[in-house]
Structure formats: structure tokens, C-alpha cells
Ligand binder design. Sequence first.
Ligand code: URP
Ligand code: ZN
Ligand code: ZN
Length: 494
Amino acid sequence: MALDYDLVIVNGIVVTDDAISEVDIAIKGEQIASLGPRGSFSNDIAGRTIDAEGGYITPGGIDAHVHLEEPQLFGKGSSADTFETGTRSAICGGTTTIIAFAPQQRTEDSLLSTLEATHKKAEGKCYTDYSFHLLVSNPSDRALAEFSILREKGISSLKIYMTYAALQLNDGQILDILLAAREHGITTLIHAENNDLILWMTAQLEKRKMLAPRYHATSHPAMAEIEATYRAICLSEFIDVPILLVHISSPAAAAHIRSAQSRGLPVYAETCPQYLFLTKADLDKPGFEGAKCVCSPPPRENEQDQEGIWQGLEDGTFTVLSSDHCPFIYDDSETGKKTCVTAEYPEGQFKYIPNGCPGVETRLPLAMSAERLEIKRFVEVTTTNAAKLYGLYPRKGTLSAGQSDADLVIWYPSGKLGTFALTNGMLHHNVDYTPYEGKTLTQWPRYTILRGSVMWDRDGEGLVGKAGQGSFLHRDKSSLKGPLSSEPWDIRGF
Ligand code: URP
Ligand code: ZN
Ligand code: ZN
């Protein structure tokens, strides 16, 4: 007898961004086939039945900010995770789609060769579905002309930097990119920090022989982020084009974003767990340990700053919560965080510490365990909004019968796990630490399902999916608000 469904999940509480329902889920092939009241799908019509025992079921996480197999861009040091190990870690933490970066080298004037090279790195290796943001460091005429081809190739977003020697663009270059992005329906992600302010502070600290990891935070003050965030908003308003400000750490920068949003501008923003769960004090751990938490922007001063970021997640200032997973081995003097420790500088030189922290696997468990966000809002910022913003909705980011891929996370029933301490030993990345070591958790994905296949079964064999099950996702343009005017940008309008 032919079975009606391949997999049925019963007794779960299904949560999307707009509803919480006690329904059962039927999956056929790679898609959600049907959602029905309890008892709709009996065991004998399905290949496999999973009993969620009253736990939440959420759409698979989308982590739209992940660095994998990148060349040395953020100081000395090489990415510790490949597409294989990074997506392995992601799937075990409930993330079924990642958007990584395809970094253009400054010496390249084309973007297409970058895209092709990144495809080669990822193809056949991933445990999650995946896409790329083009990282544009040389907006040559040729690169700008290629934006239309990027769209044909399923890329609808790019990232640019206002800082970092290898990546920084000036305001004129940013305007060139924003104008071309407007023309082709591309969303521009902006790393907003004032580079000169950072360099000036770094020189001041060096003069005073203040070189330990904690001074990384001093060298990247909130004001550098506040000024650059406001400038990026001004430039995008001038061109009338959507932007997304990535990894916002400072409540004062978030206030500029909120103010732009309240004027109706298509300004979106992202924050990350490091700004919710870490502070500057984490960079001041004994010895060189603080280097584990060096990222840019850095974790801010205190709990009040963390609180400001939580509030931004609650009130809609932040559209997405991404990990900014940017992994470096800690105990490695060739390619890791310790590249800057020498006999002359035994406490290291903060300006050479590779910037970035791992977090693709811990993003969802940390946020879920915090129980700070209302559960629908948790879904919205960890998956639905990323799907909408980056052209994947409703295939991803929701659980809609006949429309959505069967990507989902089954969580433990409330209280079933008790409390436990996070350790790096639990994780599946290729990194020798987690900045969240010892944090108290109450939740972890019990199952992660990608397009109908169980990939992670925590109480069974753990990781059961295989590298290569993840596919490249051809993305459309954002379904969130675009330019305010539908007319082409015209210099005569000014
Ligand atoms: O420190 C960070 N955030 N490293 C990753 C690079 C970036 O700017 O996102
Ligand atoms: Zn960045
Ligand atoms: Zn990043």
C-alpha cells in the first residue's frame, strides 16, 4: 500500500511568526504537505512518525551572517570552519539555511569569478541549504555592471564595509553601490564603523602601551558605530534604497535606526548573540583568554547595553538575529587568535587578533533558553524575517502547507532538559572554544529536519545527516519594503 506521507510529526506546538497552533504536521518528499488537528494523520499512512511530546516546533533557523572558508580579511588568521564543518555545526543547532559570504579580493574587478569560486568551495559539502552575499571590496565599473547577472544567478544581497584595510570603501564608492543595488533590487548589508576613529584610537592606545585583548573594545568605541550607522542611513536615504545594518552592538546606533524606520525608510538591522550575552568584561579575562571574544564591533560596556539590544529585538528595530559566525582557532599561533602573541608581546597586540567569534550552533539554543523573546518573535527574528528580507519566503522561514520546505526544529517539551552548562565539547564546529562556555541553557533542538530528512536527532545518534544534503538556494529580491519611490533615481530630482 502506498503511504500518503513520508513523515508525520504529532503532538507538537507549531509556532510561526504569526500563530501558535496545536496541530500535527504531514511531510511528503521535501515539503510540508498538510497541517491538521490532532489525530489527522495516523501512523499507518506515514513512513515515520515522530512524537513531539508537547514541544515547540519552529521553522528551521536561517542564519544570514556566516563566514566560512574566507581568506585572511579580518587581521592575521584563517577561517577555522569550512563549508562542511560550519554547516555541520549549524544543523546541530537547529539552523537549516545559512547565507555565507563570497568575498571579492580587492585586486579582482569582477564579482562573477568570486561567485564561481565560492560555489566550488560549497558544492556537495553542506549539511544545510545555503546561499551567498557577495562581499564587494572593489566596486569597479565591471563589478557594478555585473549586478544584473548576480540577480540571474540567484544572488540578491551584498555586503560592504566602512572599515578594515582590506575591505573599506569610501562614501563615493558606497553611493555607487547603493545606486546600482537600487536599480537591480539588491539589498546592501553594511558594516558600519568609522575607520579613522578606530585607527586613531588604536594609535593612542599603542602610544600608551595598552595592547592586551581588552583594548580592542576601547579601540572600537560605540561612537565609531554610531557615526557610521547614521552616515550609512543618510547615504541610503539619499539614494532611496533599502539597507541592512549588520551586527549592531550599540543601543545608541540602534536609536538612529529606529528613528529612520519611524520615518518610513527601508532601513533594516541585524544584531547577534555576542551583544546579548557578552560584555566588554569578557575581553578582560586572564592571560590572553579575552581574545576569544574579540570581534567587531565589540561586545559593549554592561548589562544596560545588552538590555538595549534585547529591547531592539522586541520592538522590531532589529529585523534579524544572526550569528556572525567568524571562527578562528584560539590556541594556534599560525592561523588562529594567538598569531599576535610573540616573545616581544607575550600578552599579544590587540590590533592583530583576528576579529570574529564562532556561534552558528549556539545562536538558537542561547536565544530560546533565554526565554526573553515571545516565542513568535523568536521565530520572526531567527528565521521568518531573514527569509523575507533575503528573498526566500515562503519556501523558507515558515511552515505553510504546499509552499514551504519541510525545514523544522522540534524542541524539547518545557522543563524536560532541566538546566545544563554549555561546553565547547557539545559543539560540532572546528573551533577549540566557544565564547559562551559555561552559560546556562534549558533548551536545545531535539531534532533538526531539512527538506523532510532528519539531520540531527539529539537523543538518538546525534548527527545523522550527511555532508552534501544541503543545496544552493536561488534567491529572489526582498519581499520587505523597498525604495519609497518606484521611479528610477534621477539626478534631476535634486
Ligand atoms: O568581528 C567580526 N564581526 N568578524 C567578522 C567580520 C565582520 O565584519 O562581519
Ligand atoms: Zn561586519
Ligand atoms: Zn561578519
